[in-house]
Ligand binder design. Structure first.
Ligand code: ATP
Ligand code: MG
Length: 238
């Protein structure tokens, strides 16, 4: 596990739980479709410190992905705000949000994490290049740690569902981001493979990364330092 740990820049020196890396305050998000209104987030506050691993669980449709999208600056909340590494992320121009995202967050969404025309290893290289960090040896090591060492030349369409999820996680982590947002990182994987993912996430946490994971997996939630339960767009501590 030392590989990932030693990679995150300066992170080993960061005392665990010392600084808040990501903070969402009183987040609201409503969706409208004709007269129908979905109250996807209804006043959610969450914070994740450097070196802390938080899991968000809750029924399908409870708002987990909506929360992650808002925290990542991929979506704008209708109310509330998000601070990333001490800087306001919400209601900034898209170009500014994109810059902050590239510098601060590795993101694994529920789908569309890989460019279909590129091999797995080229997806990782592109992600490193866009963030201006990481190196090709790190990309190779990450693939090996996630059980994808032999699949580097494969294109996403040639991967199984579980391999696609792990490849997305590798892309999210390749630039050693200070914050990791991961939506269902162990969807579609067996118990043994899930353990590999845990190992990588534990190493990342030890290196000082702030981790927020949305999951339906109780086994994954059990690995976290804290579990937040979402219900109908609201959150309550465990
Ligand atoms: N772009 C959108 N337009 C309209 N409604 C949306 C949109 N995105 C999400 N919703 C609705 O908001 C609610 C929360 O959805 P969300 O995807 O956040 O749930 P989730 O907890 O991630 O579910 P799952 O566990 O199935 O991934 C749902 O009722 C969903 O239908
Ligand atoms: Mg979701």
């Amino acid at each position: 596990m030392g590989e990932v740990a030693t990679r995150a820049t300066g992170a080993a020196a960061r005392p665990r739980g010392a600084s808040v890396a990501l903070r969402g305050v009183d987040l609201y998000r409503f969706f409208h479709d004709g007269d129908a209104e979905t109250l996807a987030l209804r006043g959610v506050s969450v914070q994740v410190a450097a070196g802390e691993w938080v899991a968000v669980v809750g029924a399908s449709g409870s708002g987990k992905s909506t929360l992650l999208n808002c925290l990542a600056g991929l979506d704008e909340p209708d109310g509330g705000h998000v601070d990333l590494l001490g800087r306001r992320l919400t209601r900034r121009p898209e170009a500014e949000r994109a810059r902050q995202r590239a510098a601060g967050i590795g993101i694994l969404m529920q789908s569309h994490n890989l460019l279909p025309s590129l091999s797995l290893i080229d997806n990782l290289r592109l992600a490193s290049a866009l963030c201006g960090r990481g190196d090709r040896h790190h990309a190779r090591r990450l693939l090996e740690q996630l059980g994808l060492g032999e699949r580097g030349q494969a294109r996403p369409a040639q991967l199984s569902g579980g391999e696609v999820a792990r490849a997305g996680l590798a892309v999210a982590l390749v630039a050693s981001p200070p914050v990791l947002l991961a939506d269902e990182p162990t969807g579609e994987v067996d118990a043994a493979t899930e353990q590999q993912v845990f190992e990588v996430l534990r190493a990342q946490r030890a290196a000082g990364t702030a981790i927020l994971v949305a999951t339906h997996s109780e086994a994954l939630a059990a690995q976290a330092d804290r579990v937040l339960r979402m219900q109908d767009g609201r959150i309550g501590d465990d």
